[in-house]
Design a protein around this ligand. Structure first.
Ligand code: ATR
Length: 287
């Protein structure tokens, strides 16, 4: 009935994304398409919430029974203090990007890292076990991704970063060399890239408007290896274009965005996310 009418009525369940800024977000169009496609009577909007208003917003989630919230910059840490339970993965990553309101109990998850890994497996490399992986960057995105990659039992994950100390801290906090997690210096990056099955850029190097920049030099990776970039503006970064010219396979950042939303949808609704429709909608919106 709802699918046919597509109307908002007195049963409609509320969802949304919070951030500051937020008006650029493609999450509302993606998740509303997912609800329509799946016949779910829900509506998803964007809320511009400042740090000062975050506690009041969370009180509002409880009062209004908002079922699900995505959390983006700058609230992924602060929101952890305001909810009732934190999933072990989100706890280990130290950030929450998805809240499920389970009959009044607010539970925090992090779907960024697992969203990235699902996208990598679906779109580029189905089997990560035993693989040699290089991750460039040691910020918040890198942390979630390295944590999720380690669940797949790769041979090694080597982390390089402009500020080497941050790579060392991240590698150490996720188990260090005995867990196969290495911090490498920028002098060692070329050699590690030459041995790698997968090289992942988690930095903003190459992001619009700096579209000519790449975090590594052309020819460092071996043919057939996977170059993966978290950036999706542009969809094809200089890093990916160079890798492709060198015979590598490539994987862009749009999939991570789609699958982090797909996991959120699945946690909220218990249904398999309509990923193809979600991707189509986001691609249209990026035109
Ligand atoms: P995110 O949540 O996107 O990971 P972040 O936590 O601010 O954001 O981390 C940004 C990452 O991109 C860091 O690894 C940063 O390197 P530093 O730790 O040395 O700052 C990296 N980064 C950003 N701009 C960069 C640049 N111009 N060159 C190299 N690395 C850069």
């Amino acid at each position: 009935e709802h699918i046919k009418r597509g109307t908002i009525d007195s049963h409609t369940v509320l969802y949304g994304v919070i951030g500051d800024p937020i008006r650029h977000s493609k999450s509302p169009i993606m998740l509303n398409r997912a609800f329509r496609e799946s016949g779910i009577n829900g509506v998803y909007t964007a809320f511009h919430i400042t740090s000062e208003s975050l506690p009041a917003f969370i009180a509002g989630v409880r009062a209004m029974g908002i079922r699900g919230v995505n959390v983006t910059i700058p609230h992924k840490l602060q929101v952890m203090e305001l909810i009732d339970e934190i999933d072990p993965g989100a706890r280990a990553i130290g950030a929450v990007n998805t809240i499920v309101n389970d009959n009044g109990k607010l539970i925090g998850y992090n779907t960024d890292g697992i969203g990235y890994v699902r996208s990598l497996k679906e779109e580029a490399e189905p089997n990560l076990a035993g693989k040699r992986i290089v991750v460039i960057g040691a910020g918040g995105a890198s942390r979630g991704i390295v944590y999720a990659l380690l669940q797949e039992k790769p041979e090694s994950v080597a982390i390089a970063n402009r500020t080497v100390e941050r790579a060392e801290e991240l590698a150490e906090s996720l188990g260090g060399a005995s867990a196969g997690v290495h911090a490498i210096s920028n002098d060692e990056l070329q050699r590690w890239c030459g041995d790698a099955d997968i090289v992942i850029n988690t930095t903003s190097v190459g992001m619009y408007p700096n579209v000519g920049q790449s975090p590594i030099e052309a020819g460092w990776m071996k043919p057939g290896a996977v170059a993966s970039d978290l950036i999706y503006n542009p969809l094809r970064t200089e890093f990916l274009l160079q890798a492709e010219a060198g015979g590598c396979r490539t994987h862009g950042g749009l999939g991570m965005f789609i699958y982090q939303g797909a996991y959120a949808f699945e946690y909220w609704t218990g249904k398999v996310a309509p990923v193809a429709a979600m991707r189509e909608t986001v691609l249209e919106a990026l035109q």
